[in-house]
Design a protein. Sequence first.
Lengths: 144, 106
Amino acid sequence: MADGLFQNGVKNFALGNIAWVFDASPTSGEKNLMKTTLVDTADYTVNLATHENRDTGTISAAAQEEVSAAMTLVSAATDGVCDASDVAFVGTAGDPCEGILVYFDSGTPATDKLLFWWDASAGLPVTLGGDVTVQWNGSGLAKI
Amino acid sequence: MAERKPSASKRRKTRPKRIQPIRFVAVEHVFKAQIKVRALRDISGWADRAQGVKYAIGYGRIGYLDEDTAREWQVKGYVEIISGDVKPVSEDEAAEILSTVTTIGP
């Protein structure tokens, strides 16, 4: 079990490549376009220390069963806490998922940045078929 | 005897599938616009999985859904209805609708 932050994700925060800032309609190319994915760990072995991008050499397409649209973020202005609205995946389909991934969508998978990972959360693994709601912790997703 | 290398065509078959971009469309592209709603979370679902198209509506955004979907999503706590009438939901029906939702989270 390896809940946590991708070290390279923290690096990208520090370098200013990513910004956890509320924007009603983030668009491709902006620094605050985050998405969440339900991941089948039969097709992906997480490595928080070394993985950086969402390219197929790191995480295969088959591993990413469900992907959200741009998340509605709560700006990380208070103590560096990254928070967001809960995410509902309606009418899911695919293999069981054991992980939740949050990443920055750059517009190109090869340069999308991996940020947060959970595989020890309540409700995991989850069988797809109905709706799946990802309910973030009341304290936020993470603190940078 | 040395083992033969797989042919180029076989190697191609084992190449990892590329991550296809998913195109997101507004809920009005999928549902008949009958009921005005406000989203209470970020919602997405497949409009056409084969084509990689999903519908989505973000938290706090106003959108329009058909009556059945609006009713179902209201019971699930996904939306609040701003205007338009939906049929009341019995306790049994609500329980049935909620039984299709799994909540996970850190």
